[in-house]
Design a protein around this ligand. Structure first.
Ligand code: ADP
Ligand code: MG
Length: 308
């Protein structure tokens, strides 16, 4: 069973339980709860596990604290919402109780303060395995009219990404090669969630579908396509690659860039965005991704990160 096969199954077997509470649940970057009065709350949770998501010797506790929050705030931004609060649950080996954990929480606190996000609860337990784990739940809020769902892409939309891609993936390669402090490794260890960008894009009625890029667009764009029942053409020459040290494969499939991937109608003017936005393709009738190189169809082997 794959990660996404498991998630699809969860959606099926839990589909009707608790449906009276009015949540839109599994499948998007966040679950959605409409409030009376026109606003919406969104909820998401993401876990960082030692040796799966990070190597303790390769990262400072401060950066890890920031990243564990950043990846969750990114999912809130991906809905067009503003993050307002988090809960954090940690499993901590005894030898990290003290300076290490203080530095970790300082990183978490600094990023919380930068975005005025309250810490409202969590849980603290020991760890018999000697490994550190953190799970964060983030809550966001926005007007219902600003919500951007993965399922909302329309045939004819242009496909855009914020910022540039592949820097984090190339940084992970540096880390695995034992180079922990390169510019690219720092990008991987301390990603910037696109909070203001997500809120700004949420307010644009011409923006249709949106998600954040955690697994690489080779995988993430397929979620938008599947849920929207559409296909896509993507021009490889248009992919904004972080720099010349980064490969196209890393830009498409290494993931953890935490940029925003969105589709928008022709009313959207990318030059009106107060941040970098690049058009990489268009939404088509049909299914799956058709890769183009200078307009000519080409096949690609790599797909994106999957845990199994
Ligand atoms: P993201 O990368 O945006 O965090 P994921 O790919 O991790 O999203 O998850 C896709 C969807 O599946 C999300 O809606 C998420 O909440 C849901 N999901 C993943 N794992 C579980 C789980 N164990 N139980 C319930 N829902 C899950
Ligand atoms: Mg996401």
């Amino acid at each position: 069973m794959t990660e996404f096969g498991f998630i699809d199954k969860l959606g099926e077997i839990f589909a009707t339980i608790g449906s009276q509470h009015g949540f839109e649940g599994i499948g998007d970057d966040c679950a959605v709860l409409p409030l009376t009065g026109g606003d919406t709350l969104v909820f998401t949770t993401d876990m960082l596990v030692e040796d799966v998501h990070f190597l303790r010797e390769a990262t400072s506790p401060y950066d890890l604290g920031r990243k564990s929050l950043a990846v969750n705030l990114s999912d809130v931004a991906a809905m067009g919402a503003k993050p307002i609060a988090t809960l954090s649950s940690i499993s901590v080996p005894k030898e990290l109780m003290g300076e290490w954990l203080n530095d970790f929480m300082r990183g978490y606190r600094d990023l919380s303060a930068e975005h005025s996000v309250a810490l409202i609860g969590g849980d603290t337990t020991g760890s018999k395995s000697g490994k550190f784990t953190i799970n964060v739940t983030a809550i966001g809020r926005c007007p219902q009219s600003c919500l951007k769902r993965r399922a909302a892409a329309k045939v004819g939309d242009a496909i855009y990404v914020t910022g540039s891609l592949g820097g984090s993936g190339a940084g992970l390669k540096d880390i695995l090669d034992g180079k922990f402090d390169t510019e690219l490794a720092m990008l991987h260890k301390n990603p910037t969630p696109r909070i203001a960008e997500g809120e700004w894009l949420g307010a644009q009625s011409s923006v249709n579908a949106m998600m954040d890029i955690s697994d690489g667009i080779g995988s993430d764009l397929r979620h938008i396509l599947k849920l929207s029942n559409v296909g896509a053409e993507v021009e490889l020459r248009s992919i904004p690659i972080y720099n010349e040290l980064v490969t196209l494969e890393q830009a498409l499939s290494a993931g953890e860039d935490y940029e925003l991937l969105f589709t928008a109608s022709s009313d959207f003017d990318p030059l009106s965005a107060p941040f970098a936005v690049t058009a990489i393709g268009k939404i088509t009738a049909g299914e799956g991704i058709k890769w183009l190189s200078d307009g000519t169809a080409t096949t690609l082997e790599f797909r994106g990160f999957n845990h199994y």
